[in-house]
Design a binder for this molecule. Structure first.
Ligand code: ADP
Length: 657
């Protein structure tokens, strides 16, 4: 499986790069989001700090403002004169004037030097302020202090009914160096705040006055607003007594720009994340497709590489754009040397340049022979090869005709085999003639020998009789006999002639193993003398139809050649293996020797009549053998013996039973 195969260094590097390709954008994304978050946090923090600083300055400003307010009131109170305290109406009008400055004062009281309330506006007195004797109760201490110090003194804050707190300022009023009374201003803390805290400050903060026990004595606040942050507190002095001014900012809506910025950053981050995800999905899909393509390409390449058929593609200009390995093997040029070449190609055979060019042009013109054509090409080493070429239009992915694809099959061997067959046919005919002539000659010689000898002796006798004047009548019988012998000679010639023409008439059923045994028996002396081992392997005992004498003669020739080929073979190697098998209605007889073998340059001429490599050889043995075998509708062939030497094969049709 692919997963278990060890990965190559190239694959490892690309996997490493691939991992980095993924880590980098993720890292960049995390850094980006982190950076944005940090930016927002710092800007938020800076905002807060700035708000806090503003709060401090605002509350300090408010404290100063209040102090200024109180001081101004002190001054105004100290300026009360006789006209103002003459009667209730004058006092009331003065009090109105005073209250009109947004003073925060709730009540104005005029005390005599002994602390008795002389005038008060509004007249309704707080129960806590006036004792049974009509004296101001809680302010007594402040009154005394103000008188003795002859300067304004503030009282402690005290509750007024349930939820309001107030305090007083006792301002001694002196005329001509003598204290004539004390003007008391009563501040209600809530009113003081609403009078003296400007609206813009009240919009931003909840402002409270806090007592020494931490209790809230008065507040100016928008009830509906929520308070989120910590406040800030400053001492509120005067009036002293541990009062403090406390301000807490309301929740300020974040600035629109900041909101827009953070919103757009978040959206940006989401878009980046989303596009990363889309990209990853796309790349993964692409990778899968690439892998599929790679596998398909590898498969196609393997297919192309394992083809024995040469493939060559040319564009419409005739330039080579592709060759497969089989093509390169056939012509001997590498793909790099061939791709991009234009005619004349280096593999065009020099003797057939014009013919090849004409074919090339006709293919490019779309007029090439549809059934393919044979051509002679040249290998790099100069050898000429015969090829069968089929050209087909090359159609690209968009369906356009972009060139020509040619498939090329090397038919050199087939051509050579055809040529050999033709030559063999020629040889066969001449050999057949030779054999027939040989046979006839020997038969004629043998058969004619007797009648000719008889004719000769009869004629000699007749001549002798005539020379001795013997009467002709006595000579006649001898001449008749001579005529008789001459007729017989004529018959012999006719019969021999007839035999030669109808040799198959002499065919009979033959057991091949018997012919082998008989032929070996004739060779027995030679075999023994040369110390040759004969190994017989008769896997079948087929019957064939044929001439026993001729077949035995053919086998004898082959055995003799085998024995003679092993003259230089080491004695312990000398062996003739003879097998007999049958297959597909043919009997196959093989004779394998361990001899010198047959050199490639003589293999073609082996069956030629009179071809021999032996000094005492006739060169007729194999020619006659093949003629005999083919006369029996068989085949004689040879091939190198894998263990050294030669194997001759005789294929004979089995007799039909
Ligand atoms: P001859 O034996 O008279 O030379 P043949 O026609 O029988 O004629 O053989 C022709 C040639 O073929 C031989 O000269 C020899 O070179 C070669 N030849 C035949 N048989 C064998 C064989 N078994 N081993 C090697 N060469 C052989």
């Amino acid at each position: 499986m692919a997963s278990s195969t060890p990965s190559s260094p190239g694959e490892r590097i690309s996997r490493w790069r691939w991992r980095w390709l993924w880590i980098l954008p993720r890292l960049a994304f995390i850094l980006f989001v982190g950076g944005v978050a940090l930016l927002l946090w710092t800007s938020d923090r800076a905002d807060k700090e700035e708000r806090h600083a503003t709060l401090i300055s605002d509350i300090l400003w408010l404290e100063q403002n209040l102090r200024f307010h109180l001081t101004r009131n002190e001054e105004l109170l100290g300026r009360i004169d006789q006209a103002h305290t003459a009667n209730a109406a004058a006092f009331e009008s003065y009090a109105h004037t005073l209250f009109g400055y947004e003073s925060g004062l709730r009540q104005l009281i005029w005390l005599s030097t002994d602390g008795t309330v002389r005038l008060a506006h509004p007249a309704a007195m707080d129960p806590s302020l006036v004792g049974d004797a009509g004296e101001a109760v809680p302010s007594r201490q402040s009154f005394g202090l103000a008188r003795s110090l002859a300067k304004p003194v503030y009282s402690k804050a005290y509750p007024y009914f349930t939820n309001d707190w107030q305090f007083e300022v006792h301002v001694p009023v002196s005329r001509e160096g003598r204290i004539v009374g004390v003007a008391v201003g009563v501040y209600r803390i809530r009113d003081l705040l609403s009078d003296s805290v400007p609206w813009w400050l009240a919009e931003r903060y909840r402002i409270s006055v806090i007592g020494d026990s931490g209790k809230v004595l008065g507040t100016r606040s928008k009830v509906e607003s929520t308070v989120t942050e910590e406040g800030y507190q400053v001492a509120f002095d005067p009036p002293g007594w541990g009062l403090a001014l406390h301000a807490v900012p309301y929740h300020a809506p974040r600035p629109l720009a900041s909101l827009l910025l953070s919103g757009s950053l978040v959206i940006l981050a989401i878009i980046v994340l989303w596009s990363l995800w889309i990209l990853r999905r796309h790349v993964l899909r692409r990778q899968a497709v690439e892998e599929q393509l790679r596998q398909e390409h590898a498969f196609r390449k393997a297919m192309e590489d394992s083809l024995d058929t040469g493939m060559r593609a040319r564009n419409l200009d005739g330039e080579i754009i592709y060759v497969n390995p089989a093509f390169c093997r056939m012509v001997g040029w590498s793909a790099a040397e061939l791709i991009g070449r234009r005619p004349p190609m280096p593999y065009w055979a020099d003797d057939y340049l014009d013919e090849t060019r004409a074919l090339h042009d006709s293919v490019l013109a779309g007029e090439g022979p549809g059934e393919g054509f044979e051509l002679k090409l040249k290998r790099r080493n100069g050898e000429t090869i015969d090829v069968l070429i089929h050209e087909a239009p090359l159609i690209d992915a968009r369906g356009r005709h972009s060139g020509w694809m040619g498939s090329m099959v090397d038919i050199t061997e087939r051509k050579q085999a055809e040529e050999r067959a033709r030559q063999q046919q020629d040889r066969l005919q001449s050999t057949a003639r030779l054999v027939a002539m040989g046979e006839m000659a020997s038969s004629i010689a043998h058969e004619l020998n007797q009648p000719l000898a008889a004719i000769s002796s009869y004629c000699t006798g007749a001549a002798n009789l005539l020379r001795s004047d013997t009467p002709a009548a006595e000579v006649l019988p001898a001449l008749d006999k001579a005529v008789e012998q001459a007729r017989r000679a004529g018959q012999v010639i006719r019969r021999v002639y007839g035999l030669a023409r109808h040799s198959e008439d002499r065919f009979e059923l033959i057991r091949l193993e018997e012919r082998i045994d008989d032929a070996l028996a004739l060779m027995e002396v030679d075999i023994r003398q040369n110390g040759i081992r004969v190994v017989l392997d008769f896997q079948a005992r087929p019957l064939v139809e044929g001439d026993p004498v001729l077949l035995e003669q053919a086998l004898f020739n082959l055995f003799r050649n085998a024995v003679e080929s092993m003259r230089d073979t080491a004695p312990d190697q000398r062996q003739i293996g003879i097998t007999l098998t049958c297959a597909d209605r043919y009997a196959l007889l093989t004779i394998a020797d361990r001899g010198c073998g047959i050199a490639a340059n003589v293999a073609d001429k082996l069956f030629d009549p009179l071809f021999t490599t032996k000094t005492e050889g006739m060169g007729m043995g194999l020619a006659i053998c093949r003629s005999v075998v083919e006369n029996h509708r068989g085949r004689l062939s040879f091939e190198p013996n894998p263990g050294g030497g030669t194997v001759f094969r005789i294929l004979l049709p089995m007799a039909s039973q």
